[in-house]
Design a protein around this ligand. Sequence first.
Ligand SMILES: Cc1ncc(COP(=O)(O)O)c(C=O)c1O
Length: 338
Amino acid sequence: MTPIDLRSDTVTRPTAGMRRAMAEAEVGDDVWGDDPTVQRLEAVLAERLGFEAGLFLPSGTQSNLAALLTHCARGDEVLLGDRSHTFVHEGGGAAALGSIHSHPLPNQADGSLRAADVEAAIKPDDAHFAKSRLLCLENTIEGQVVPQALVEAACRVARARGLATHLDGARLFNAAVKSRCAPAGLTRPFDSVSVCLSKGLGAPVGSVLVGARDFVRAARRWRKVLGGGMRQVGVLAAAGLFALEHHVERLEDDHLNAALLAERLSGVPGLEPEPVQTNMVWVRVSSTLAPRFVERLAEGGVLASGAERLRFVTHLDVSRDDIERAARVVRAVATGRA
Ligand SMILES: Cc1ncc(COP(=O)(O)O)c(C=O)c1O
């Protein structure tokens, strides 16, 4: 039986409709500004998120990095969450490639950064300190929608002290669907936003960075420097456009499936699912169960990631029936009946 792959929402495969759109895409050399499909994707996302311009990049990591390099100069400082993807999971690119200093602040239980922490971390203009230049937030973070009032409060403090603001919105559409809010409502406090097409939206590749026209012009330069200038890449942009048209509202199904999985796993001895908001289910596993638990799930045909805090991510390629089957396998492994 095919395994049910809940390791990440990045594992989806392009649907038949998406493949058709890719095959039929009009293309040109995008480094020369000749690819109409890329241009359409950039314009559609910029408009949808309330910005002047957009830039298509190969990955979320490169999109966040291009944003940081554009906002910050050598020796500048970015304030960001200590659990944020940019701080933890992007290879220290800001330091490695931009000489940008990171000041991590505690992500609260709801994923937010406290405005008071942001205020206290902004340095005075003094040669002893790095120059505080940028606040970077993430939404959703670990599947949680950050309360918008707290996002706005943190950005207000940053802006009042002259910092720019960037949002890693890799899963912004999950946040928008969950909070029943237009994506532009969530992005309003930011100067730039990065959105991934290759996560819950189901495209094989790609992120789009949006911002003001001048900001995007400068980021385009960094994209080339980072090796992200691609040629007849309308074949990939077409997948992104297809995803925006067909795969946004259905994110609700992923959220319902995640909630269902958490419900099925509650009450299982040794497992403690955390409250679910969008498409991620985090489950604390007792120290007696944890060793080899994820391997035993894989043997039973369910792929997850982690060890003592397991992560199951729902997506386009898993159905409600798959979730019911996955829940049965997890319960059986946990209770020693597998
Ligand atoms: C919140 C967040 N930001 C950025 C990224 C980076 O995206 P990519 O894997 O396309 O580099 C990820 C990837 O999982 C992510 O979860």
